[in-house]
Design a protein around this ligand. Structure first.
Ligand SMILES: Nc1nc2c(c(=O)[nH]1)N[C@H]1C(S)=C(S)[C@@H](COP(=O)(O)O)O[C@H]1N2
Ligand SMILES: [Mo]
Length: 215
């Protein structure tokens, strides 16, 4: 679909560079019949399993939204998936009750390790965070985080885990992989400064008030 194409997508910095543990070996290395997203409520050792097909039936949306990278660039693309809030509602989770909690995301992991990042549950719901399985009308590539990734558009992209496997409700605001390694902030808020806007091929000032919605 032409209408879903991102301008100047060929200028986007490589995703692999930012894939610490590396993507799964191949699409076939993940058996989607067996795959499920595991949601761990506080103090529950047994997770709720959500199969991929089930996830796709909840309430699919496609939204054109901008992401910003801590490495000084940004891109606006078409993200298909579901709102985190719709998933939690569907699972019958009373989210207001869990507002003081954080959400720890874990990747499926490879032999090189596992990536993790923790975000505020309340903020991610307020900011309409999404669980994404397609970009610009195409299923996620391995590099982009196949089969599923979380995106909170008000935060830097390192706060969203690719190849997402587990979501944990927790009281601990853990430091994630990149935050320990590169010294990035745990909060991951987009900082006010000039960024390279890939889809516009120009530099713009981003004001640091949250998700970029004005261009
Ligand atoms: N599983 C996993 N998710 C991850 C990462 C990673 O190393 N492993 N890197 C993060 C970082 S640092 C960035 S910038 C974005 C890059 O994603 P994209 O270029 O595919 O949009 O993914 C984030 N999610
Ligand atoms: Mo990054």
């Amino acid at each position: 679909m032409d209408t879903l194409k991102t301008p100047y997508i060929e200028k986007k910095p490589s995703s692999l560079r930012y894939y610490q543990e590396g993507p799964p070996e191949s699409h076939d290395s993940i058996n989607m019949e067996e795959w499920s997203l595991k949601v761990y409520l506080p103090d529950e050792s047994v997770p709720i399993h959500v199969k991929f097909d089930e996830l796709k039936k909840i309430s699919t949306i496609t939204e054109n939204r901008r992401v910003v990278c801590v490495c000084n660039w940004s891109i606006r693309r078409n993200w298909t998936g579901i709102l985190l809030s719709d998933l939690l509602d569907y699972l019958g989770i009373n989210t207001t009750r869990y507002y003081p909690y954080y959400l720890k995301q874990l990747s499926l992991g490879t032999e090189k390790g596992q990536y993790d990042s923790t975000i505020s549950l309340e903020h991610s719901l307020e900011n309409r965070a999404m669980l994404v399985w397609a970009i610009d009308g195409e299923p996620l590539t391995l590099e982009e985080g196949y089969p599923l990734r979380l995106v909170d558009f008000s935060l830097y992209r390192y706060k969203g885990v690719k190849c997402l496997s587990e979501l944990h409700f927790t009281k601990e605001f853990d430091q994630g992989f990149w935050e320990s390694k590169a010294g990035y902030s745990k909060e991951g808020k987009i900082k006010p400064k000039r960024y390279r806007i890939v889809d516009l091929q120009e530099h713009r000032f981003i004001d640091g008030t949250g998700e970029v919605t004005d261009f």
